[in-house]
Design a binder for this molecule. Structure first.
Ligand code: ZN
Length: 246
């Protein structure tokens, strides 16, 4: 089985379509969507439609999805995130809001090798940035490969017994193999708003036969997304950050 892994699309249709057009994405058997379909970006309805049209997929919610559809208040959001989520809530169709409200929380088991979560397996809203965070998350994971999102930083951590080892620098890890009895927690990065210094859309391909995870990047028409953000009246900083990946 080959899984396409996408997370943190954030209503960025150009980035999502660039990922879906990749040959390896089109050859995948299932798509795993790790939450934050909306928030920040200018195309929430179109992104929800794309995700709903995917064939065999497992989709979980992210914190922005919860706030946009009213499952949770925006009290923990910063100024720009709050402005954007209020715009998103006004812009989403009733049908899309209903869909987002019904999305399950992570973690969700995909098979006996892979599970997915938005933040961590023990709390969907907690961030994994460093090896201390990763150790807690790995202890709570129920599969050899736990895929997560939420930080918008492509990175991978391996449980090495008493401590955790990080594979490469954030944004630099490209291929890992999950050996039998190994445990990894892997973030393939954000599709629609990367924050690891690489502006390109991030996604992952998991091959369950070879137990390999491939972390990929693809260029997209960032200027088009930026123009839509400005035209929608969303904060301009949300457009500017896309071209620097921060
Ligand atoms: Zn996010």
């Amino acid at each position: 089985m080959r899984y396409l892994v996408i997370s943190d699309i954030h209503a960025n249709l150009e980035a999502l379509d660039a990922v879906l057009a990749q040959p390896d994405a089109q050859r995948s058997d299932r798509t795993l969507v790790l939450g934050d379909l909306v928030g920040y970006g200018p195309d929430p309805n179109a992104v929800v439609s794309r995700v709903r049209a995917m064939g065999d997929s497992v989709v979980i919610r992210g914190n922005h999805d919860k706030v946009a559809c009213g499952v949770e208040p925006a009290e923990r959001f910063n100024h720009y995130a709050r402005l954007a989520v209020e715009w998103t809530a006004r812009t989403l169709t009733r049908d899309a809001l209903t869909y987002l409200a019904a999305l399950p929380a992570g973690p969700q088991s995909v098979d006996d090798f892979v599970e997915i979560c938005h933040g961590t397996p023990f709390d969907e809203d907690v961030y994994v940035f460093d090896d201390i965070d990763a150790l807690r998350a790995l202890r709570a994971a129920s599969r050899g490969l736990c895929l997560f999102g939420h930080t918008h930083v492509a990175t991978a951590f391996r449980d090495a017994g008493s401590r955790v080892s990080v594979s490469g620098r954030p944004g630099q890890t490209q291929e890992i193999t999950v050996e039998k009895h190994d445990r990894w927690i892997v973030n393939c990065g954000a599709v629609g708003q990367p924050r690891d210094g690489d502006w390109r859309a991030a996604f992952g391909i998991v091959d369950t036969d070879t137990r390999r995870v491939s972390m990929r990047r693809v260029e997209y028409d960032v200027a088009a997304t930026q123009a839509k953000i400005v035209a929608a009246g969303l904060p301009e900083v949300l457009a500017q950050r896309l071209s620097v990946g921060r």
